[in-house]
Design a protein around this ligand. Structure first.
Ligand code: ADP
Ligand code: MG
Length: 232
């Protein structure tokens, strides 16, 4: 589905939360690289999609009512064969039904297991005075504990994006700290500009959260994405 189709369907259904599959499809259309992610509405379909991708794969609960999927026991990574996919499907359903009894669960999303990279986050929120802002930071404790994030008002250009990426305290971690793979800063900057352009061109987006994004020496990949729509 196109971005326009996804947004109008969500509006028709009077929902503000998009699924990870919808969010990645929209971001992909904006030029932002995401792991290919396909909905499976049954255990059998989860297996056939997995076999098409090739193992290892990741299964995640797909529900507009469960947006923090791990909290619900809704994420299983590193699945290596049919039996593991089947077991993961059942475990996700059992755990998510117990966690959120009334939740409307459409199935699971299936995606290839991404190679580990440097974890970063990108997103967009609305500031009461400034309007839409984009943000960039390192993942995990860097954002949660240290609040090491950079913000800029939309729209941003390449220079703004470069300042954001170089503006975080932990920027050394993007530069091959202690033998770690360096992060492709040029691509991260480009993705921030793409995010800003998308937000600027698309009314009705309240919040975007790409967490985590895996940065590599050549490119970067969004592994999880959330989009919230504004009140009409
Ligand atoms: P949540 O809704 O809980 O944020 P995520 O989709 O972010 O769920 O998945 C939780 C964690 O699982 C991620 O932080 C990441 O470490 C790992 N993960 C998710 N998808 C993939 C993937 N395609 N490849 C590798 N690791 C993944
Ligand atoms: Mg996440």
């Amino acid at each position: 589905m196109t971005t326009a189709q996804i947004l109008s369907r969500a509006r028709q259904e009077k929902r503000k939360v998009l699924t990870e599959i919808e969010a990645k499809s929209i971001l992909g259309e904006a030029g932002i690289t995401c792991t290919p992610t396909v909905l499976a509405t049954s255990r059998e379909k989860a297996v056939s999609v997995s076999e098409e991708f090739g193992y290892p794969v990741v299964l995640k609960v797909s529900s507009v009512d469960i947006s923090h999927k791990s909290d619900a026991g809704g994420v299983k990574v590193g699945l290596k064969n049919r039996a593991e996919v089947e077991a993961a499907y059942d475990a996700i359903m059992t755990s998510c039904r117990a966690y959120a009894p009334g939740a409307d669960i459409e199935g699971v999303s299936v995606q290839p297991m991404a190679r580990p990279g440097t974890e970063v986050i990108m997103g967009m929120t609305r500031d009461k005075s400034f309007g839409p802002v984009v943000m960039f930071g390192l993942g995990g404790v860097f954002v949660e504990v240290l609040k090491d994030v950079a913000f800029r008002i939309v729209p941003i250009d390449g220079n703004d994006a470069a300042e954001m990426v170089d503006g975080i305290q932990g920027k050394k971690l993007l530069e091959g700290y202690r033998g770690k793979e360096t992060a492709d800063k040029a691509r991260l900057q480009e993705m921030l500009v793409q995010l800003s352009s998308f937000v600027d061109a698309t009314p009705g987006i309240e919040e975007i959260d790409m967490n985590p994004v895996f940065a590599y020496s050549d490119g970067a990949m969004v592994v999880d994405a959330r989009i919230i729509l504004s009140e009409e």
